[in-house]
Design a protein around this ligand. Structure first.
Ligand SMILES: [Fe+2]
Length: 333
């Protein structure tokens, strides 16, 4: 059996920048309703963290004309790994170049994935030093659990849309070193609908799914972790009581076995509250592939995902010259 030496140059998802046309309302959603802390503000951006995030900030909210995803940051395992991945990305022709780093981070290497999503790699980061009011009684916990709102523990993953899922999946595997965990392949494996990948034991930190509207650089959702299913149910109560649109769930996916709830934050971006799932520790993991029949509705149980789950992403666009409802994609995630 052939076995390619795994690449372990990327450690984890470091942070996601989210664009919002309703900045103060989005900030209210993430701070008051999801229970995240604001650690820094500058210009048109605010930097937030979950109580269990070890990085100083994992979510950057930026005021913009339209919702969508900004820069997606990945932390490397070492300064040497950062240099190695920068060289590999440059060889792929996708480099943008070096920056001095965003808030809380050192020198960073910016690039685009093949679909055009902006990303960056960094190694150096500022350690989180909580103010006295947020210091935990537990030495090994980065911040006090405040119990405010949903109380999300950390930023877990994100799902991006791509015009060519296979091309982006190959880039993530071969150039970034991510491990493919699960895949949806139609037409006897000829049509790649979605791929779920990770650089670490978390089931997936990055997913690419086919963009039914033929766009580029779009966001399907970001996902925030809570420790148990009861927290997901409680999140549904909190969000509905605050007039937040709940699109789907709480229910359980077949792929990833995740227990989910999808809402739209006030800026229009889809945000998942997520728990369950499973870890993958095997270096020779065999990706799980689902075909049309096996995939079904994308849910293990619970109500089917609505049509908006396929059609809506940020920024929202009109399908170019075709009726999007003629496309035969099922729902997934
Ligand atoms: Fe997700």
């Amino acid at each position: 059996m052939s076995f390619a030496e795994p690449l372990h140059d990327i450690a984890h998802l470091g942070g996601i920048e989210l664009f919002t046309p309703r900045f103060e309302r989005s900030l209210w959603y993430f701070h008051d309703l999801l229970g995240m802390e604001v650690v820094h503000r500058n210009g048109s951006s605010a930097y937030l963290r979950g109580w269990g995030d070890h990085s100083v900030s994992t979510l950057k909210l930026t005021s913009a004309d339209r919702p969508g995803v900004g820069c997606i940051a990945w932390r490397t395992v070492s300064p040497q790994a950062l240099e190695r991945r920068a060289e590999a990305i440059t060889a792929d022709g996708l480099a943008i170049g070096w920056t001095n780093g965003d808030f809380g981070r050192g020198r960073s290497f910016r690039f685009c994935d093949p679909d055009g999503h902006l990303m960056e790699l960094y190694f150096e980061e500022q350690k989180y030093d909580p103010p006295a009011r947020l210091r935990s009684a537990l030495k090994n916990q980065p911040q006090k659990y405040t119990g405010r709102g949903v109380g999300v523990r950390r930023t877990d993953h994100l799902a991006l849309l791509a015009a060519d899922v296979g091309r982006n999946r190959r880039f993530a595997e071969s150039t970034l070193g991510f491990q493919l965990r699960e895949q949806v392949l139609f037409e006897q494996g000829k049509r790649e609908i979605g791929s779920w990948m990770s650089p670490n034991a978390i089931h997936h930190q990055l997913a690419y799914v086919a963009d039914v509207k033929g766009g580029h650089g779009r966001l399907h959702h970001i996902s925030m972790w809570v420790d148990n299913r009861e927290d997901v149910l409680r999140a549904a109560d909190i969000l509905v009581e605050n007039a937040i649109f709940v699109e789907a769930g709480p229910s359980k996916h077949n792929n990833s076995q995740g227990f989910y709830l999808y809402s739209y934050e006030p800026g229009g971006n889809r945000v998942e509250i997520y728990s369950g799932s499973y870890l993958v520790l095997a270096p020779d993991w065999r990706p799980v592939t689902w075909n049309e029949e096996e995939r079904g509705s994308g849910t293990y149980w619970g109500a089917p995902l609505p049509e908006s789950f396929i059609q809506y992403a940020t920024p929202d666009i009109e399908p170019p010259g075709r009726k999007s409802d003629s496309l035969d994609l099922p729902v997934f995630f």
